[in-house]
Ligand binder design. Structure first.
Ligand code: C2E
Ligand code: CA
Ligand code: CA
Ligand code: CA
Length: 279
C-alpha cells in the first residue's frame, strides 16, 4: 500500500541521513586527532615460521577521540580514505614509526624490518615518491629495512602507474608486500608482472584453517602460486596452534598473528628486540 511505501521511504531517508551525519562526525574526529596528536601507532611482530625468529614489525595506526575513547581502524580508515585524510594518516604513521625505529637502530644492529600500510590513493598521488625520499633523508632510515604494504585495488585503479611507482621504490631498496591477498581481483597474468617481494594471505583464508581439509586447499594453492612466482608468503591473523601447524606444513614463510604476538606499544617492541635502554 501507499502507506507502507511512505514508511519505507522515510526510514530509508533517515538511515541515509544518519549515515552521512556519522561520516561527517568521524571526519571531524580524524581531523581533530591529526591536529591534536590523538594518533599513535602500535607494532605487530612478524616471525619466520621455521626458525621462529623475529622478521620485523607492521605499524598499525590507532586513534582516540577527545574523550580518550579508542576508535577502531575499521571505522575510521574507510572515512579517511573517502575524504583523502588517509594520506595525512599514512605519513604520520610512517614518519613516527621510522623515527622510533631509527632510535632502535642507534642502539642495536637488528635487521628487523618495518612495514607500513599505504592506501591506494596515497601511493598513486603525485608526491608519494618524493615524500618517501624526503623521509628517508630526514631520518637516515635504511631503505632495505622498510617495507610498503599495498592492496590489490591499487592495480585495478591504475596498473601502469602502480607498477611504475613500485619499481621506483624497489630501485630505492625498499620491499613491497601485497596485503589482503586473495580478497581482491587477482589474475595470474598480472601477478607475475608485479614488482613485489611478498604476498600476505588475508586472515579470512586463515580463519578457514579448521580441523578437516576444507579451507586448506585454498591456502595451499595461494602459497604454491606465491612461491612459483618467487614471492615470499606471510600469513596474517594466525591465532591457533592448529592453523600454525597447517601453515608450517604448507610452507608459509612467515607468520603474523595473535598466536605469536599482538600489536604492541613501541616500548614493548623495543623490549622484544632485546633493547633495555629507553628509546
Ligand atoms: P591490515 O593491514 O590487514 O592489518 C591487519 C589487521 O589484522 C590489524 O587490524 C591487526 O591488528 C589484525 N590482526 C593481526 N593479527 C590478528 C589475529 O591473530 N587475530 C585478529 N583477530 N586480528 C589480527 P587493525 O590494526 O584493526 O587494522 C585494520 C586495518 O586498518 C588494517 O588491516 C589496514 O588495512 C588499516 N590500517 C591500519 N593502520 C593503517 C595505516 O597506518 N595506514 C593505512 N592506510 N591503513 C591502516
Ligand atoms: Ca597491512
Ligand atoms: Ca592484511
Ligand atoms: Ca585486512
Amino acid at each position: 500500500s501507499k502507506n507502507h511505501n511512505d514508511v519505507a521511504i522515510s526510514m530509508y531517508n533517515r538511515s541515509m541521513t544518519e549515515k552521512i551525519e556519522n561520516n561527517v562526525a568521524m571526519e571531524q574526529k580524524i581531523r581533530t586527532a591529526l591536529d591534536e596528536d590523538y594518533l599513535y601507532f602500535v607494532l605487530q611482530p612478524q616471525y619466520d615460521t621455521k626458525t621462529k625468529k623475529l622478521r620485523g614489525f607492521e605499524a598499525l595506526v590507532r586513534m582516540k577521540d577527545e574523550q580518550g575513547n579508542h576508535i577502531s581502524p575499521n571505522l575510521f580508515i574507510p572515512i579517511a580514505e573517502k575524504t583523502g585524510l588517509i594520506t595525512r594518516i599514512d605519513i604520520w604513521v610512517i614518519r613516527n614509526a621510522m623515527l622510533f625505529f631509527k632510535n632502535i637502530l642507534a642502539v642495536s644492529d637488528t635487521k628487523a624490518t618495518l612495514s607500513v600500510n599505504i592506501s591506494v590513493l596515497h601511493l598513486l598521488s603525485a608526491n608519494f615518491l618524493d615524500e618517501i625520499k624526503q623521509l628517508l633523508d630526514e631520518t637516515g632510515f635504511p631503505p632495505n629495512q622498510l617495507e610498503i604494504e599495498i592492496t590489490e585495488s591499487v592495480f585495478i585503479f591504475s596498473m601502469s602507474k602502480a607498477i611504475e611507482t613500485l619499481t621506483e621504490l624497489k630501485k630505492m631498496g625498499l620491499h613491497v608486500s601485497l596485503d589482503d591477498f586473495g580478497t581482491g581481483y587477482s589474475s595470474l597474468s598480472y601477478l607475475s608482472k608485479l614488482p613485489i617481494d611478498m604476498i600476505k594471505i588475508d586472515k579470512c583464508f586463515i580463519d578457514e584453517l579448521l580441523p578437516g581439509e576444507a579451507g586448506k586447499k585454498y591456502v595451499a594453492a595461494i602459497i604454491s602460486i606465491g612461491h612459483i612466482l618467487n614471492f615470499s608468503v606471510i600469513s596474517e591473523g594466525v591465532e591457533s596452534q592448529e592453523q600454525l601447524d597447517i601453515l608450517t606444513s604448507l610452507g608459509s614463510d612467515y607468520i603474523q598473528g595473535y598466536i605469536w604476538g599482538k600489536p604492541m606499544l613501541p616500548s614493548d617492541a623495543a623490549k622484544l628486540l632485546g633493547i633495555t635502554e629507553e628509546v
